[in-house]
Design a protein around this ligand. Structure first.
Ligand SMILES: C[S@@+](CC[C@H](N)C(=O)[O-])C[C@H]1O[C@@H](n2cnc3c(N)ncnc32)[C@H](O)[C@@H]1O
Length: 495
């Protein structure tokens, strides 16, 4: 019977822009309640290109970028100004911890064990290994320590994708190495917020989202299923159909490529693979092989080793023909080597959720508080799309030529590839134009700040600036170049 219903739904979806599920009864040998039809067809709405609302009215969806009017972007930005776990997510995690470890989880022996595990997990984590004798405690530690910043950071990544028109009204998402569901939950919550903003702004957007995941640890799959289904059950989904498929229990390397994925996220997972960084690109390529033009997001920790490894993976992807959408721009049209590149985004601190404060409530508070949003990422595309199309023309010096111009003033055009690495007296930004693997920094002493050069502060991570009349200095001790920005050095936004 489902086959008959499906072909009828397919027919109606292809012949009308809108129809009511009750209309199906005109063509069927027996009568169905609308609710019954809704439940039978629900798992198929995505493949049928349909959005069906709670009143059982179905609308044909044509895949297009989500409207990103200025107002909407501004309201989303305002929402993330004071980053924190939304109350509903904090409550969800808190009750999961209480269900797993009891109401007094943060005290006595249990609290000690969790604290010990947080410290151990941090050590393993930075080394890129991941095993524990206590898988359940391991998840609890992860939720307490890592989950909140990763959840909030990913919402900024979604904002970046949204601004660039890379999120669509019909979207299939793959959460690879899903863990307890950080990325899935962060996405669900972003969509919920976005729909609320659309609704205040009287913008009617119907969404159909399908989320798949791959995860090798069974206990993480259990946690993922519990958290995502509880989150969904508490959600009002007026204008959104969401399907979360059963997680695929497998390593990403062995899982068959899913067809037609729009957004693939590898968040804090590639570094856990045994494969060397350049070979990790093979895994990403394989995962993307079933999809026409997926947006691939890879996120890794900001520490030196993991961050540098990500750029090597990124370079291997570029060699395979994938484009870097952001944060890097190949300003001179040359691929950089990806070597010796330590660059990460810094977004400030989130408010520590109550559960984090509870576990940190010891003499060594700092060991258990993790609120700093700092991470390395790359967004990549098959179709060559890049965030900044800007290409340098002749009047600028390539950073690879600086050696011949020490103590001279030059004009350069570069991407700003860090936040302020200095302090309030001397501002230091990593800069790159894709031509040199020697680290280069724009250095602006506070007493030289002027209207001519203040654009350096506004460029933002990955933003491109043209810098006129900067003094080249070699830092022999650190094998790097400092480009001194002085009062009369001009810094302009390039576009
Ligand atoms: C650090 S957690 C990241 C979880 C989540 N993506 C996040 O950002 O919070 C890494 C997760 O990837 C899983 N994992 C590691 N290597 C994997 C692989 N080769 N295939 C599938 N899952 C993997 C681990 O079991 C763990 O759940």
């Amino acid at each position: 019977m489902t086959t008959e219903l499906l072909s009828l739904a397919k027919y109606l979806a292809s012949s009308r822009a809108e129809f009511a599920l009750s209309e199906m009864n005109q063509y069927l040998s027996r009568k169905y309640e609308e609710k019954e039809l809704f439940e039978i067809l629900k798992p198929h709405f995505y493949d049928l290109d349909l959005f069906c609302d709670a009143g059982y009215k179905c609308t044909k969806l044509v895949k297009r970028p989500l409207p990103s009017d200025e107002n909407v972007v501004r309201e989303l930005e305002a929402l993330f100004k004071n980053p924190q776990l939304p109350a509903r997510v904090e409550k969800l995690i808190n009750s999961y911890i209480e269900r797993s470890c009891g109401k007094d989880w943060h005290t006595g022996e249990r609290g000690l064990l969790i604290r010990e595990n947080i410290v151990k997990q941090k050590e393993e984590y930075w080394k890129g290994t991941g095993s524990s004798q206590y898988p359940k405690i391991r998840i609890i530690s992860y939720l307490l320590y890592h989950f909140p910043v990763y959840f909030c950071s990913f919402q900024y990544m979604l904002l970046e994708l949204f601004r660039g028109g890379l999120l669509t009204n019909k979207m299939s998402i793959l959460d690879a190495g899903a863990g307890p569901g950080t990325i899935t939950l962060s996405t669900l919550d972003f969509i919920q917020e976005l729909q609320e903003i659309y609704s205040w702004n009287k913008i009617d957007v119907k969404l159909n989202i399908r989320i798949d995941s791959i995860e090798r640890a069974p206990e993480n799959i259990d946690c993922y299923k519990e958290l995502t289904s509880l989150y969904l059950s508490g959600l009002t989904q007026e204008n959104t159909n969401i399907t979360i498929n059963e997680p695929v229990h497998s390593s990403i390397e062995a899982a068959p490529a899913l067809p037609d994925v729009d957004l693939m996220v590898f968040s804090n997972v590639l570094a856990e693979m045994n494969a060397p960084p350049s070979h990790r690109a093979d895994v990403v390529e394989m995962a993307a092989s079933g999809s026409k033009n997926p947006t691939m997001v890879i996120i890794e920790p900001a520490d030196l080793d993991n961050s540098k490894a990500l750029r090597v993976t990124q370079h291997a992807l570029v060699k395979k023909g994938f484009a870097v959408y952001s944060p890097c721009s190949f300003i001179w049209g040359l691929e950089c080597s990806g070597e010796n590149c330590w660059s990460f985004q810094e977004l400030g601190n989130i408010r520590a959720p109550d559960f984090m404060e509870k576990i940190a409530n010891t003499g060594e508070f700092y060991r258990y508080i993790n609120t700093d949003m700092k991470f390395s990422f790359v967004i990549s595309r098959k179709d060559g799309l890049v965030k900044h199309k800007y290409l340098a023309k002749g009047k600028f010096m390539r950073l690879s030529n600086l050696k011949k111009h020490i103590e001279k003033r030059v004009n350069i055009t570069v991407s700003v590839m860090s936040g302020n690495l200095g302090d309030e007296r001397t501002f230091v930004y990593k800069i790159c134009d894709g031509t040199s693997s020697v680290p280069c920094y724009a250095v602006l002493p506070a007493y030289h700040i002027s209207d001519n050069n203040s654009m350096l502060f506004e460029a933002g991570y990955g933003g491109i600036v043209e810098i006129y009349g900067t003094l080249v200095r070699e830092n022999k001790a650190l094998s790097s170049y400092n480009l001194l920005v002085m009062r009369n050095t001009m810094v302009r936004a390039a576009e």
